[in-house]
Design a protein around this ligand. Structure first.
Ligand SMILES: CC(C)(COP(=O)(O)OP(=O)(O)OC[C@H]1O[C@@H](n2cnc3c(N)ncnc32)[C@H](O)[C@@H]1OP(=O)(O)O)[C@@H](O)C(=O)NCCC(=O)NCCS
Length: 310
């Protein structure tokens, strides 16, 4: 066993590894993953997609970036329509940054390309070698004192191909297991998402999908009811991701979006048995304006209309 460190040789080994791995994952190319973004820009987009709200100071600390360099990138992002800057509600001196719809789309593309790239790399290896690789990476991270994962490891992104199937399937399965609703409800959800895709007006309508550890765990939709009224639909969070604030965040995003688009009111239809959802709507300022008993999905239910002025 070597007890005296051969430092120069070790330094060379690490530099060799760095040269190899940066080439392996393609970060040397001008645009990362064939995108128009450099590695630093893509990393900033990634951070913004994972923060509910972030200030430039937080980003600079998180990524160890020079404040001047970061602020030039952020100015360029504003010009390219990728981010919005708003004064912080809690601290007027700070500006809060968030991805615009175009920014979220840019993130979704980078995210799926990055996932595909790593998947292709792993597919070249046996399962045993994949495990060795991951363990070795964990060893590197822990030896170099990597920071623990952030406490809310989820992100929101716009819908993409395949998502509507998830929305229909999860509504069908979860409302059946939680409330015993039959498959006519799943059929209704299929009609709603079908109409959403068919008539989608990206300027005034949105769908957010929540992802955790690369898996879809939630959804919500804003659809245009009239020029003045937006409708919130199909809020759902998979049981494995409940209680983390994702449901509340999805509703907050809907309200923020509807305000931005100039709607005057947001409405939604729900049922009195959906207690957790009612709590979220109430906390977000919605008021119950109408109740109506109905027999649907194999049950006697009380439908409720809730509204909030924007
Ligand atoms: C409603 C739903 C989306 C909430 O998702 P979530 O990610 O767990 O929500 P959050 O973590 O943001 O918040 C959950 C809140 O509900 C509260 N809650 C959970 N279960 C509850 C219940 N049975 N009764 C009342 N409140 C409840 C939690 O205490 C929490 O409130 P708090 O932040 O004040 O503590 C999820 O429960 C769900 O998918 N339900 C089934 C589908 C549904 O009802 N959709 C609404 C259609 S109108």
């Amino acid at each position: 066993m070597m007890t005296v460190s051969d430092l120069p040789a070790q330094i060379e080994s690490i530099r060799h590894f760095n040269r190899f791995y940066t080439r392996q994952i393609g970060v040397l190319e001008e645009g990362l993953l064939n995108s128009p973004y450099s590695l630093t820009e893509a990393r900033i987009i990634y951070e913004l997609a994972h923060h509910e709200q972030a200030t430039a100071t937080e980003l600079a600390n998180e990524l160890k970036l020079d404040a001047g360099y970061l602020s030039r990138i952020l100015r360029d992002f504003v010009k390219r329509g990728l981010i919005d800057k708003q004064p912080s509600e809690t601290d007027g001196r700070q500006t809060v940054l968030s991805l615009t719809e175009a920014g979220q789309k840019a993130f979704a593309l980078l995210n799926s390309r990055s996932r595909n790239q790593i998947e292709a790399m792993l597919n070249e290896l046996s399962v045993a070698d994949q495990n060795r690789l991951i363990e070795s990476m964990h060893t590197i991270q822990s030896l170099l004192g990597s920071a623990p994962e952030r406490s809310v490891p989820y992100l929101l992104r716009p819908h993409q191909p395949g998502d509507m199937g998830w929305v229909v399937e999860r509504h069908g399965v979860l409302y059946n297991s939680d409330y015993g609703w039959d498959e006519t409800f799943e059929g209704l959800v299929a009609e709603i998402v079908g109409a959403f895709i068919k008539h989608f007006d990206p300027k005034y309508e949105r769908c957010w999908m929540a992802e955790m550890n690369g898996e879809i765990v939630g959804s919500v939709f804003v659809v245009k009811k009239t020029d003045e009224i937006a409708k919130l639909r199909l809020l759902i969070v998979d049981p494995k991701a409940r209680g983390l604030g994702i449901g509340k965040r999805l509703v907050d995003e809907c309200i923020r979006f509807a305000r931005q688009k100039g709607y005057r009111k947001m409405t939604l239809w729900t049922n009195n048995v959906l207690l957790a959802a009612r709590g979220i709507y109430k906390a977000a300022g919605f008021k119950l304006v109408e109740e109506e008993p109905h027999h649907s999905y194999g049950h006697d239910l009380v439908g409720e209309t809730w509204e909030v002025e924007l």
